[in-house]
Write a protein that binds this ligand. Structure first.
Ligand SMILES: Cc1ncc(COP(=O)(O)O)c(C=O)c1O
Length: 388
């Protein structure tokens, strides 16, 4: 691998643990067949890995029934299933301005069909007040859907408090755990969660193209697609029972195998330990960036209830130009722009200046990487101010 310093872990984690690469290679060479469709040994073995991964993830989210853990392509896929399968014309939903486009766009899409949506803003520090959500609930509210950890400003929303108030009001509560799964605990019971959407390729350290959702018993998501399930082929309607209800066609078995290896690695290391080390590095990064006069930080007064995702700009420079310089001149990969979360930038006013630069720290970053990033930003910030 090159000497690239990868600080774009908010987009996807890179590299993956060696164990993930090795297990995926082993699995696909030896068992890479269509699982659960036939009775020969290889097919049974592949099916076993799928079922083991369901169990592993069900335990990971403290769910109770592995059949209610459904695999899809990624969290965008899962969030679309949730939003289109839980809302109907005339319904009302509550969400927030912290959301990614994979929540915003499916909701906007349904607005055209007569679904009403309220987006609750975050405060100056980047947090949504659960009481603001409570105030938006109506008799027609059928879903509250909230981003657990922001992919722009890194803030972790108080999902347990939101979950509790939704449970009291009898309204289903779903979270987008794209950034949080694999970084901080997610607990269906303790946090009063009804549905969790996750993606495999970020902090769960699996490959791209695998993700899914866990649906608590008693919560109904209609199937909005139909197709092969591998079982009961003579039935004309798509199957109602989980996990088939929300799974369509041949699953990404290689992705599921990689996800199994990734989650196993995370559990072996310990969620707390990974998060603690990432936040230690985030602390060094924050301190370094704060000391640079032209650096403007967003929602970073403190790092409490944050994941290691930090957004900043250098006064007088375009975020995209800073990103290019970090890449070309310093070999540092980051992400710039609106990060698929336009309402966050609208609220911070950064939409008018082409967004922000984002550093996302992962489990394979080191203190040297962070110090190199601070030195690079310092150097870039010594360039003359560009007229916008
Ligand atoms: C908060 C959040 N939600 C949803 C997504 C979408 O994830 P995926 O592209 O894996 O579906 C992302 C990815 O950047 C994200 O950060």
């Amino acid at each position: 691998m090159s000497n690239l310093i990868f600080l774009d872990n908010g987009a996807t984690s890179f590299p993956k643990p060696e164990e993930v690469y090795r297990y995926m290679d082993h699995f696909y060479r030896n068992f890479g067949v269509n699982p659960g469709r036939s009775g020969y040994d290889l097919c049974m073995e592949a099916g076993l890995v799928v079922e083991e991964t369901r169990k592993l993830l069900t335990g990971f989210f403290n769910g109770t029934d592995p059949d209610r853990l459904c695999f899809g392509y990624n969290s965008t896929d899962a969030l679309n299933l949730i939003i289109s399968g839980m809302l109907r014309p005339g319904d009302h939903a509550v969400s927030t301005t912290v959301e990614h486009n994979s929540v915003l766009r499916p909701l906007y899409h349904l607005r055209k069909d007569g679904v009403d949506v309220d987006f609750v803003p975050f405060d100056g520090a980047g947090f949504v007040d659960p009481e603001d959500i409570r105030k938006r609930l109506r008799p027609t509210t059928r879903l509250v859907i909230v981003n657990h950890a922001s992919n722009v400003i890194g803030t972790i929303q108080p999902i347990a408090a939101i979950g509790r108030l939704c449970r009291e009001a009898g309204i289903p509560f779903a979270i987008d755990a794209s950034q949080s799964a694999g970084k901080v605990p997610i607990d269906m019971e303790a946090q009063f969660l009804d549905v969790v959407a996750f993606t495999g390729h970020k902090s769960l350290l699996g490959p791209t193209g695998i993700g899914g959702l866990y649906v608590r018993e008693g919560i109904e998501i209609r199937h909005t697609r139909a197709g092969g399930t591998g079982v009961r082929s003579a039935v004309r309607a798509h199957l109602d029972e989980y996990p088939y209800r929300l799974e369509y066609g041949t699953p990404n078995v290689m992705g599921i195998a990689g996800l199994k290896a990734g989650v196993t690695w995370v559990l072996g290391k310990g969620l707390d330990k990974i998060h603690h080390e990432e936040m230690r590095l985030a602390g060094i990064l924050l301190e370094g960036l704060r000391a640079i006069p032209r650096v403007r930080l967003y929602c970073l007064d403190h790092l409490e209830d944050h994941i290691a995702v930090l957004a900043f700009n250098i006064d007088g420079l375009d975020a995209a130009d800073v990103g290019t310089m970090l890449d070309v001149d310093f070999g540092i990969a980051c992400r710039t722009g609106l990060h698929c979360a336009p309402l966050v930038h609208e609220q911070m006013g950064t939409d008018k200046i082409h967004g922000t630069v984002r550093f996302g720290i992962g489990p394979f970053n080191t203190e040297d990487h962070i110090r190199a990033a601070v030195r690079a930003v310092e150097k870039i910030s010594s360039l003359p101010i560009k007229k916008r």
